[in-house]
Design a protein around this ligand. Structure first.
Ligand code: ME8
Length: 474
């Protein structure tokens, strides 16, 4: 059935350049977009950058740059990285876009009109790295466990959003999968959060403390809390003057990492409910990469620049290396030194070698596309069924495994049938036709993951000219 779908990634902070983690989410969302399109859906793919708030302002100050200049530079760095990774987004939102800022102001006025905000004196511990308030309980040795920095004590008068009014409703929506949180482990985590105390959260900051933000339309000298500004991108980032063109008619799917689950699964739907808007249907929460057991960090020096990997391995291979490490939805450790090994075994010796072998044999014996056998067609049908189910449930790693099992089957089929020894012309034709058929199916199955390679294989099948897909690396 044809659906209208909006697929989103988080919008990334522009305090720094994109890294492997950002590439992971964005490539995954691109793969899903391509898959849903191939299935006949109309998909709008949204990504972008989160540009306001203390984190960006402080980074700019450290660099002695005007914050807008830092935003321009780094949002451009994101666009360049996404182009290199073959990301085909429909819209790239920047929260400093005037049109976004105007829509945020309108939304906040609506929240105020609907009596969902109030003013309150507040004291709390703020982590600029997280851009959120922490409690004493969250701290390890007095520090934010993620950023290893002491949070700032903040005491100021802010505007608060009446989150607590909507918690019961959201809990119900999530339990009943009307807001589908996947995988199951993430859903459990969110449902666990309702058991703890969730409090109303502040939606503004005093302007003298956080100047780099959107002016709050009510309340003097306040700027909009960066997370409220950022979440609204999912409605404003449609390239039109309307607030949420896609949300009315279609399905909305957010793809994000586990670090920002609470904002997306609780705060965001609450804000939407308060304003009387539709909520997303589905959120997929993926896990985190560590490198050799360690968190990615500038101090450790293990931050991977995705562009560098593209330069070495090529775009499709990088997309493959991102998604073939561990199941989407779980955490996993990665060793950069293993990239070459994985590339050689799965791409150069695996997919690339199979295509080259089959085309060479087909050329040698002058076979283009004959008739494949029922048995082989049945096998492919089985593979496709598993693959499609995996893709629909965002099991990208398992979907890749299914394709590579088919590649393994083809390799074995060649070894067992030894086409070069077959003397019976009819038999030879059948064997090679089976293989050509499998390869053209493989080209279809890899299309969302390895779009360039898929095209290349289809071309090679048409022309019969084989070219190396993945040169072996040392
Ligand atoms: O949180 N492994 O932006 P951000 C996997 N601006 N994914 C990772 C990762 C890792 N080690 N590190 C980062 C923000 N990510 C806000 C979002 S949305 C309205 C606002 C990915 O630049 C993952 O998708 O810190 C994570 O959720 C996101 O980058 C955080 O990016």
């Amino acid at each position: 059935m044809k659906n209208k779908i909006l697929i989103t990634t988080p919008i990334y902070y522009v305090n720094d350049k994109p890294h492997w983690g950002h590439a992971y989410t964005t490539v995954a969302a691109d793969v899903l977009t391509r898959f849903f399109r191939i299935q006949g859906n109309e998909v709008f793919f949204l990504t972008g950058t989160d540009e306001h708030g203390a984190k960006v302002a402080e980074s700019a100050e450290k660099l002695g740059k005007n914050p807008k200049v830092l935003c321009d530079d780094n949002s451009e760095a994101y666009k360049i990285a996404w182009e290199k990774l073959g990301i085909e987004y429909d819209y790239f939102i920047r929260t400093t876009d005037k049109i976004h800022e105007e829509k945020v102001v309108e939304f906040l006025k609506e929240l105020k009109d609907k009596n969902a905000v109030y003013e309150k004196e507040y004291e709390g511990l703020y982590c600029v790295g997280c851009e959120k308030f922490l409690t004493e309980k969250d701290l390890v040795d007095g520090k934010c466990p993620d950023h290893k920095t002491e949070p700032k004590k903040i005491a100021e008068k802010n505007y608060f959003f009446k989150l607590t009014n909507y918690l019961g409703k959201i809990e119900k929506l999530i339990s009943k999968d009307q807001l589908l949180i996947q995988p199951e482990i993430a859903k459990k985590e969110v449902l666990g959060l309702f058991k703890q105390r969730l409090e109303d959260f502040s939606i503004s900051r005093q302007k003298e403390k956080v100047r780099w933000g959107i002016d709050l339309p009510f309340g003097e000298n306040q700027t909009v809390y960066v997370w409220v500004d950022a979440l609204l991108n999912y409605c404003t980032g449609n390239g039109t003057k309307e607030f949420d063109t896609y949300w009315e008619k279609g399905k909305v799917i957010h793809v994000l990492g586990k670090d920002i689950l609470k904002f997306h699964a609780i705060f965001w739907p609450a804000m939407l409910l308060a304003a009387g808007k539709n909520i997303p249907q589905r959120e997929f929460i993926h896990g985190f990469f560590t490198f050799n057991g360690q968190k990615m960090s500038k101090t450790i020096g293990n931050v991977i620049d995705p562009s560098e990997i593209v330069d070495k391995f090529g775009v499709d291979a990088t997309r493959y290396l991102l998604l073939s490490q561990f199941p989407f939805g779980q955490d996993g450790d990665v060793k950069k030194e293993k990239f070459v090994e994985k590339y050689n075994s799965d791409l150069a010796n695996g997919l690339g070698n199979l295509v080259a072998r089959v085309l060479t044999l087909a050329n040698k014996y002058g076979i283009k596309d004959g008739k494949s056998e029922k048995e082989i067609e049945k096998r492919i049908k089985g593979v496709k069924e598993v693959y499609e189910k995996d893709m629909q449930d965002f099991r990208l790693f398992e979907a890749l495994e299914e394709i590579w099992k088919l590649i393994g089957f083809c390799d074995k089929y060649i070894e067992e049938n030894k086409p070069w020894q077959i003397t019976d012309k009819k038999k030879l034709e059948t064997v090679l036709s089976n293989l050509l058929y499998c390869i053209s199916e493989i080209a279809d199955l890899i299309a969302p993951f390895l779009p360039e390679t898929s095209e290349k294989i289809k071309n090679q099948l048409k022309t019969g000219k084989s070219e190396i897909l993945f040169p072996r690396l040392q």
